[in-house]
Design a protein. Structure first.
Length: 369
């Protein structure tokens, strides 16, 4: 298998609304961001109304061990509180896990999120990519991946569902991967940022596997599903007590604030908001995928998360042009040319409320018809 060295270009991230505002002179409040992959419902009404009643918590330090929060997360995710580590967003936890594992050589599926490679490099490690194949619709060939695992690999990183392909690895596939990694002494980090958007019947989450495997850690955050990127609350789940101790020893005390702790204890119990989100995303995901399948000008890949990857087939059109046309209408899509193995023929967008999705589809049809 070829080992790829990749250079990442500058791009507009879903959070770069200020940069967009500066360049295009469009007020950020008038931009519908289909790039950020954030729950279109925004923060829940219950959290919005309840958090003000807990504002006094900022006068005190949070519980240093976050016992109550960890128990709430454990109940929500289906694990035990001893297996939960909380952190300042999943970004901090990615860094801590890589520090704790100190991989000299890591493998990442590509295309995928660039922060993994960056963190590995910062701590002196080397990254190779295992390419997901377009001819397979970017769906992982598990047997092929397992055949490329070797003793010199220390860490395998899987984004599941994967960003930007929106493809996913099933629970049964993950078992095969974990068994193969055990044979080679490879630790597996699974980023489940988008797993809560998947249909429960798909059985995507690897959290149940942490009960029987010690070579896995699952990372999640509240930025996307709970629409709270500014809260900076993430958590990790692992059945490896040595890893838990090592990460906590590396972590700065009180890494999440009292207000984030209070919000977390509210949001994970908000069953009405959780179900409302899943119903909306499931409905729009099905509707939009079916609609785009009827267009001859694009190829779409079946999405499992709350966003969809699209390949432009129309001659003379690409994601650079499409981004420019869309943003001038206040619609921000993600040009995927900066992801490993993707060209400027690919773009991604997340599912918003039906009326917003209709606006985007109308604009895309104008450009791609």
């Amino acid at each position: 298998m070829a080992q790829f060295t990749l250079k990442h270009k500058d791009h507009f991230h879903g959070s770069d609304l200020e940069k967009i505002e500066e360049i295009y002179h469009i007020p950020k409040e008038k931009i519908a961001s289909f790039s950020a992959n954030i729950n279109p419902l925004g923060i829940s009404r219950n959290l919005r109304e309840s958090i003000s009643r807990h504002i006094d918590v900022i006068q005190t330090y949070p519980d240093r061990e976050y016992k109550d929060l960890r128990q709430v997360i454990a109940d929500y995710a289906g694990t035990t509180s001893e297996n939960v580590i909380v952190g300042n967003g999943s970004t901090e936890l990615i860094s801590l896990m890589i520090q704790a594992d100190a991989p000299k050589k890591a493998m990442i599926l590509g295309p995928s999120y660039s922060e993994y490679e960056r963190e590995i490099s910062l701590w002196g490690g080397h990254t190779i990519y295992f390419p997901l194949k377009e001819e397979d619709d970017f769906v992982l060939n598990t047997a092929d991946l397992c055949s490329h695992l070797t003793d010199d690999l220390d860490l395998l990183i899987l984004c599941n569902p994967n960003n930007p392909t929106s493809t996913a690895i099933s629970n049964d596939q993950m078992r095969m991967i974990l068994d193969a990694c055990m044979q080679h002494g490879i630790f597996v980090m699974v980023d489940e940022t988008y797993v809560e958007f998947t249909h429960p019947d798909e059985r995507i989450s690897s959290v149940p596997l942490t009960d029987s495997y010690t070579n896995i850690v699952v990372l999640r955050g509240t930025s996307k599903f709970f629409a709270a990127p500014g809260l900076r609350l993430g958590y990790a789940i692992t059945g490896n007590p040595d890893l838990v101790r090592k990460v906590i020893a590396l972590q700065n005390p009180w890494s999440i604030s009292s207000i984030a702790e209070a919000a977390g204890k509210l949001m994970f119990k908000d069953t009405e908001y959780i179900q409302q989100t899943r119903d909306l995303i499931d409905s729009e995901r099905t509707r939009i995928y079916k609609e785009l399948q009827t267009w001859n000008s694009v190829k779409v890949y079946q999405p499992k998360a709350n966003f969809i990857l699209v390949r432009i087939l129309k001659d003379g059109q690409n994601a650079d042009i499409l981004f420019d046309h869309c943003i001038r209408k206040g619609l921000m899509i993600r040009n995927c040319s900066t992801f490993p193995f993707l060209s400027n023929k690919y773009f991604r967008f997340c599912f918003m409320k039906p009326e917003d999705n209709d606006r985007l589809l109308e604009q895309l049809k104008k450009d791609l018809a």
